[in-house]
Design a protein. Sequence first.
Length: 105
Amino acid sequence: MKYIVLLGLFLTINLGFAQDKKQTLKTQLVEVSCGQCQFGMEGHGCELAVRIDGKPYFVDGTSIDSHGDAHADDGFCAKIRKAEVVGTIVKDRFNVTSFKLLPNK
């Protein structure tokens, strides 16, 4: 009987963690640019970053060069743009699963 109770408790705890992992991520509208050139972040060259709630994070999952010439007049090193993103912050970096750069206005 004791083992059945422990097994039930174990399964209940594990199901709770499984539900947390399946959490749906929401789309966010964020500022996006070069972390070094526009957000003043420390780094080793130009790297894509997003700013969420006033705090910049370097991006994993896409690169600065995947969205045009970063050094063009409308590139990430020259301008702060807007993007719709989905992802999570892990160890002070933004792990993106979806990235949609919005047109310049």
